[in-house]
Write a protein that binds this ligand. Structure first.
Ligand SMILES: NC(=O)c1ccc[n+]([C@@H]2O[C@H](COP(=O)([O-])OP(=O)(O)OC[C@H]3O[C@@H](n4cnc5c(N)ncnc54)[C@H](O)[C@@H]3O)[C@@H](O)[C@H]2O)c1
Length: 329
C-alpha cells in the first residue's frame, strides 16, 4: 500500500496519519510508504514503521501533485479543502482549492499505471433542507452555499473519473465532526465543537443558535474508521453512485450540553452563553439535521456513531492535553 493524504496536516488528515502509523497496515496489507501533503509540511506521525514523506504545496498545482501522488500510489485520501465560511467569504479561493484542486487530483491519478482508490471528503453542506429534513439516500444535492456546491462538483467529477477507470472513488459526505481540537476555525460550524471543547478547557464560549438547534454530527474517531472502510471496501457494490451518506447522529445542542454536563459537571455547561449570530445561523440552518443513511449502514458496512458521552470522553483521552499545550493553557 502506497498512500497519499492530501490535507495531511489538517485535523482529520493528522488523525488518519496517526492511525496508519499505529496500525502499520491498511485492510490487512502493510503500508509501504506514506506521503503527507499540505500547504505547510505536515509533521511525521509518531511510531511509523514505514517511510513518510512530508511535502508542502498547493493542491491546485499540477507539478506539486505529481510529486505528492507518485507512480505506484495505491490510495489517495483527498482531504485538502478550504472550509465552509472561508469558501463563502472568498469565492475565488474556494473555487481554486475545492474545485480546481479536485480536478488536479483527478489529472494526477491519470498519470498512474493503475487507478488508485480515492477517498474524497465531501460534506453534509452539499445538501440543504434545514432543521425539518430527514434526507433519504437518494436525496438531491442542492447546496445553499459555495463550499457545498464545490464539494458536490468534486463528487461528480470523481464519479465520472471512476466510470472511466481513471481512479476508483468513494466520496464520504461527512457530518460536522466534533470535537475539533485546537482553536476555533473558520468553519460556520466551529461553534459546535467550541461549546464542548472550550468548557472542557475551563473557558467560556458563545452559542450562536438556540439549544433546540439540531445537527448531523460524527466523531473524529468515527470519521477515520469510515475513511479506512472506504479505502478497503469492494466498490462493485456502489455501481455508478459513489457518494455515501454515512451513519452519523442527529443531535440538538441541548443533547450535546446534557452529555457535557454528564461527563464534566454543571460548571462546564454554565460556561456556554447564548449569543445569537444571524450570519452563522443563516449558513448552518440550511444544512439538514438528519439522514436515514440506510445504504451505508445496511448495505455497505459503515460503522455506527458512538454516544455523545463516549465522543466527549474520547476527546478528553486523546486531544485535551495536546489542545492545552497548543494554546498555551
Ligand atoms: N471537520 C468537519 O466537520 C468536516 C465536515 C464535512 C467535511 N469535511 C471535509 O473533510 C476534510 C478534512 O476536514 P478537516 O476538518 O481536517 O479540515 P482542515 O481545515 O483541518 O484540513 C484541511 C487541510 O487542507 C489544507 N489545505 C487548504 N488549502 C490547501 C491547498 N491549496 N493545498 C493544499 N492543502 C490545502 C489545509 O491547510 C488543512 O490542513 C475537508 O475536505 C473538509 O472539507 C470536514
Amino acid at each position: 500500500m502506497r498512500i497519499t493524504i492530501l490535507g495531511g496536516g489538517g485535523f482529520l488528515g493528522r488523525k488518519l496519519a496517526q492511525r496508519l502509523a499505529r496500525d502499520g497496515a491498511l485492510g490487512g496489507d502493510p503500508v509501504e510508504a506514506l506521503t503527507l501533503f499540505d500547504l505547510a509540511p505536515p509533521a511525521t506521525p509518531e511510531g511509523a514503521a514505514f517511510p513518510v514523506r512530508c511535502l508542502s504545496g498547493d493542491v491546485a498545482d499540477p507539478a506539486a501533485l505529481a510529486a505528492a501522488i507518485p507512480v505506484g500510489t495505491t490510495h489517495v485520501f483527498h482531504l485538502a479543502a478550504v472550509v465552509s465560511a472561508q469558501a463563502e467569504a472568498d469565492l475565488d479561493l474556494g473555487l481554486r482549492v475545492n474545485l480546481h484542486g479536485t480536478l488536479a487530483v483527478m489529472q494526477a491519478c491519470r498519470a498512474l499505471e493503475r487507478p488508485p482508490r480515492v477517498v474524497f471528503t465531501s460534506s453534509v453542506a452539499s445538501f440543504s433542507g434545514g432543521q425539518e429534513a430527514v434526507l433519504p439516500d437518494d436525496a438531491r444535492q442542492l447546496p445553499a452555499n459555495s463550499y457545498g456546491a464545490q464539494k458536490a462538483m468534486g463528487e461528480l467529477l470523481l464519479q465520472d473519473a471512476s466510470r472511466r477507470g481513471i481512479l476508483d472513488v468513494v466520496s464520504i459526505r461527512l457530518p460536522t465532526v466534533v470535537i475539533r481540537p485546537g482553536r476555533p476555525n473558520r468553519a460556520a460550524s466551529s461553534f459546535v465543537s467550541a461549546i464542548l471543547r472550550e468548557p472542557l478547557l475551563g473557558l467560556p464560549t458563545e452559542l450562536p443558535v438556540g439549544e433546540d438547534f439540531a445537527l448531523w454530527i460524527c466523531s473524529p474517531r468515527r470519521a477515520v474508521e469510515w475513511f479506512l472502510h472506504a479505502a478497503t471496501m469492494d466498490t462493485a457494490a456502489l455501481g455508478l453512485d459513489r457518494g455515501i451518506n454515512p451513519p452519523g447522529r442527529s443531535a440538538t445542542v441541548a443533547l450535546m450540553l446534557n452529555a457535557l454536563e454528564a461527563v464534566a459537571g454543571p460548571a462546564a455547561r454554565a460556561l456556554v452563553r447564548p449569543a445569537p449570530d444571524p450570519a452563522v445561523a443563516a449558513i448552518v440552518s440550511g444544512w439538514p439535521a438528519a439522514f436515514t443513511a440506510e445504504r451505508a449502514r445496511r448495505l455497505l458496512g459503515f460503522s455506527e456513531q458512538e454516544s455523545l458521552e463516549e465522543l466527549i470522553e474520547a476527546f478528553i483521552a486523546e486531544d485535551l492535553e495536546e489542545t492545552r499545550r497548543e494554546r498555551g493553557l
